[in-house]
Design a protein around this ligand. Structure first.
Ligand code: KG4
Ligand code: ZN
Length: 342
């Protein structure tokens, strides 16, 4: 009997098809196929996403196993993203994982994608002893679909202290980028242009909203009106000021994210602070967290770039924690587009 815990993780919640192998908490492979089909539409087209997942899933899993040097017979369990995400996309990963677990007679594990983003902090690499957050810690999870402040008391014990009531931070980046004529996803491009821009040049406002909740939908309208007004004065306003616009807009979003996070850290008396999700790849967010960490005596945790955006490594590590708890799913499990953390 093999005593190693070897988990195959499968992620297919949005537009990335990904498979990873984690052995006893250490990552052996993490393969992701991105889908270029969406680029010309300026956003993810759900129907095209599920079709591309169907094409990609077998070669991606195959490559993940090969790169890890693992045979399917070595696997202890199969973990897949149950939700949240696009239903058609989730279905591809879920169906594949169910069939494989049935065929191999090994446990099936349904993983919450948002927990995955957070637990990516615990992925160990071979020959490397990574510093991981101590419990309890706070995690600001910022992605294309979510913006949450989560209190993590144990690997599988999480509580959402507050979240956005409308758009996510990633959407705020992507929608503004679209208005600026930048291709999807625009977040990384705003980040790039912002690096040579002046963040204090333009000012925006945010709605006053109670507690640890966020709201981003009004910012899009504000940004649109701002551009319209400036373009009336100078039709080349965007071209002439792109870097400053990006820097100002980006800084505004990040400052807002930290306003609430600082409040939560103070009120909960927690000094272990992490960030996660696609937007945690943002350089201003990463630098600002370190700066605030020094100022407030926080121990800060910033995920490596490869584990910020959607990847199966984060699903495999969460599956690993669930495996240790024997938190297994039945074959009757179905994907849930709106799966909650609790
Ligand atoms: O976590 P993720 O890969 O997918 C979801 O679960 O949504 O996050 C994708 C989001 C997109 O909105 C993308 O624009 C944003 O993360 N993003 C960034 C950066 N890299 C990715 N936003 C700002 N700056 C970045 N460097
Ligand atoms: Zn995600």
């Amino acid at each position: 009997m093999n005593k190693d815990n070897i988990i195959l993780g499968i992620e297919s919640s949005c537009d990335d098809t990904s498979a990873a192998i984690i052995k006893n908490g250490t990552i052996l492979s993490n393969i992701t196929a991105n889908q270029d089909v969406h680029n010309k539409y300026g956003g993810v087209v759900p129907e095209l996403a599920s079709r591309a997942h169907q094409q990609n899933i077998v070669p991606v899993v195959d490559l993940a196993l090969k790169e890890a040097g693992i045979d399917t017979n070595d696997l202890s369990a199969i973990a897949f993203t149950q939700g949240p995400g696009l239903l058609g996309s989730l279905l591809v990963g879920a169906t594949f994982a169910k069939s494989l677990s049935l065929g191999l007679s090994i446990p099936l594990i349904g993983v919450n994608h948002m927990k995955g983003h957070i637990l990516a902090h615990f992925i160990q690499k071979q020959g490397e002893e990574k510093n991981v957050p101590k419990f309890p810690f706070l995690c600001l999870t910022v992605s294309g679909g979510h913006t949450q402040i989560v209190k993590v008391s144990a690997p599988l014990k999480m509580e959402v202290l507050g979240e956005t009531i409308d758009d996510a931070a990633g959407e705020a980046f992507d929608k503004a980028a679209k208005l600026l004529g930048l291709p999807y996803p625009g977040g990384p491009l705003i980040d790039k242009h912002a690096q040579s821009g002046n963040k204090d040049r333009f000012k925006f406002t945010f709605p006053k909203i109670e507690g640890y909740r966020y709201s981003f939908s009004g910012l899009k309208t504000q940004f649109m009106n701002f551009l319209k007004k400036e373009l009336q004065k100078d039709e080349n306003f965007i071209e002439n000021n792109l870097n400053d616009i990006c820097a100002s807009y980006q800084a505004h979003i990040i400052e807002y994210l930290f306003q609430k996070l600082k409040k939560a850290a103070f009120n909960e008396n927690i000094n272990q602070i992490a960030i996660a999700g696609g937007v945690s790849a943002n350089s201003y967010l990463r630098n600002k967290l370190q700066e605030l960490g020094k100022k407030h005596g926080w121990k800060t945790f910033i995920p490596e770039f490869e584990y910020c955006t959607d990847n199966a490594g984060m699903i495999a590590i969460t599956g690993y924690f669930q495996y240790l708890e024997k938190d297994f799913a039945q074959q009757t499990i179905i994907p849930n587009a709106r799966l909650k953390i609790e």
